[in-house]
Design a protein around this ligand. Structure first.
Ligand code: SF4
Length: 456
């Protein structure tokens, strides 16, 4: 079973001009959600075609390719995997041909009941071509709906997926003449659409529309439990009850872009609030606040504002290597930290440093950063984390490893501090986060921050 955190982007253009440059721009905006592979499924001569490769969006979709695969309707996907294989057969979108008709899927999330569904389908003779959860959805639709894909209505498709497939999913389905976007009833993963004069754009994050210079009032959230069809006939909606939400708090902490607005909050401002909270809960006398770039930057601004200790660039960020957390191979990850975040020695030499990061998962990165800062002459290093301890794995689509790999699992803060080699260590509390989110707190998932499985 693969666990994935990905990005999806879809475009339907009313004037039948070429969507592919838009999809490529959209996928570049979502590149932070997955860097292993990228692909586009599009309509061509009444069929669905797919172009996908391993690598970064800009490398895969050169100008030549973009001109070649002209289409007025398309969906795209960026992906990374962790426990499963990072290889082309698992990259998306997936495409199926069934009784001479075609459709494709691009999915962000992880299906909780995937093992059960896969076993049931295999017992009945279904053959799977990939290890991915996403392929299951294609088989579920074919097995439960009429044999003629052209007869499938929005309601049929949505009801089938909502009935059989457990969250999490924010997904796009591409048919020859329409795109269907579906978000699971808990709304774990974000999903937005933008309606312009030219057509419809759908994105995992609303920052994916920024390149369009959009009229922001026309950007809408696809709601938990909602399915929307985009076609030449306009927009059609279908919705099921969604009383309980479970927005992934890790989207705010780490995954989403700072300029995105997800779950009703701006990501940068939310991270800044968390940094302020961290400073209130974990004060310390020091000379400078140093962010672990990029995801710790907004929180470090908040910590600095609250503590009145100046923020300094004590670590630089080498942009030409991938995000550490996103790399599925442990050895590559260790080498990556040294290449990615070299210290700026004159800034930190002889200083008492407050090092602010968004989270600690395995602790590998943090240990190496602390060693580098000490080697570069830091007098003291006080680590401040703008989230609670990560102590549980995730079953809903974020790359959080098994408990035994988590540095905080079963450990007290003092033990973690010693393991990473910091002078002091402070986390932000769930209680404090509850105060920031107020009544919205109950709409979030915090499972990975909870020692016991008691909030389901
Ligand atoms: S367990 Fe953590 S990472 Fe997974 S959905 Fe919940 S908050 Fe997000």
């Amino acid at each position: 079973m693969l666990m994935e955190e990905c990005g999806v982007f879809g475009v339907f253009l009313k004037n039948r001009s070429n969507t592919i440059p838009y999809i490529v721009e959209g996928l570049i905006s979502l590149q932070h959600r997955g860097q292993e592979s990228a692909g586009i499924a599009y309509e061509k001569n009444n069929e669905i075609k797919v172009y996908k490769k391993m690598g970064m969006v800009a490398d895969i979709f050169s100008n030549g390719i973009v001109k070649k695969i002209n289409s007025h309707i398309a969906i795209g996907h960026v992906r990374y995997s962790t426990r499963g294989k990072s290889e082309i057969q698992n990259s998306q979108p997936f495409h199926v041909r069934f009784r001479n008709e075609h459709f494709a899927i691009a999915h962000n999330g992880q299906i909780e009941n995937s093992e059960k569904l896969r076993n049931e389908l295999e017992e009945k003779g279904t053959i799977f071509l990939t290890e991915s959860d996403t392929e299951l959805i294609l088989h579920i639709l074919i097995k439960n709906l009429s044999k003629n894909i052209l007869e499938w209505t929005l309601k049929d498709i949505a009801r089938t997926i909502f009935k059989y497939v457990s969250p999490s999913y924010s997904l796009l389905l591409l048919f020859k003449d329409r795109i269907i976007a579906i978000r699971d009833k808990y709304g774990y993963r974000p999903l937005y659409y933008y309606e312009s004069e030219n057509g419809y754009f759908i994105s995992s994050e609303d920052s994916g529309f920024n390149f369009l210079n959009p009229d922001y009032k026309n950007i809408k959230e696809i709601l938990p439990g909602e399915a929307i069809e985009f076609s030449a006939h306009g927009i059609k909606k279908y919705k099921i009850e969604s009383n309980k939400k479970r927005f992934c708090f890790f989207e705010h902490i780490y995954f989403a872009r700072p300029d995105s607005n997800i779950f009703g909050r701006n990501v940068h401002l939310m991270r800044e609030e968390l940094g302020k909270l961290c400073a209130m809960e974990n004060p310390i006398d020091a000379d400078i606040v140093v962010p672990v770039l990029d995801s710790g930057f907004s929180a470090a601004i908040g910590y600095s504002k609250e503590s009145k200790i100046p923020i300094e660039m004590g670590l630089m960020r080498n942009r030409y290597v991938g995000r550490t957390f996103i790399n599925p191979n442990q050895k590559d990850r260790e080498i990556g930290v040294r290449r990615k975040l070299p210290p700026i020695s004159p800034v930190i030499k002889g200083k008492r440093v407050i090092l602010v990061d968004d989270s600690i998962v395995r602790g590998t990165t943090m240990k190496k950063i602390i060693t580098m800062l000490k080697d570069a002459g830091a007098k003291e290093i006080h680590v401040r984390i703008a989230s609670p301890k990560v102590v549980n794995t995730c079953h809903w689509g974020v790359d959080i490893p098994e408990k035994k790999e988590l540095i905080a699992f079963g450990k007290k803060v003092k033990e973690i501090k010693e393991e990473i080699g910091a002078n002091t260590l402070g986390y932000t509390s769930l209680e404090g986060i509850r105060k920031i989110l107020k009544e919205d707190y109950n709409n979030y998932c915090f499972h990975c921050f909870m020692e016991v499985h008691d909030e389901l």
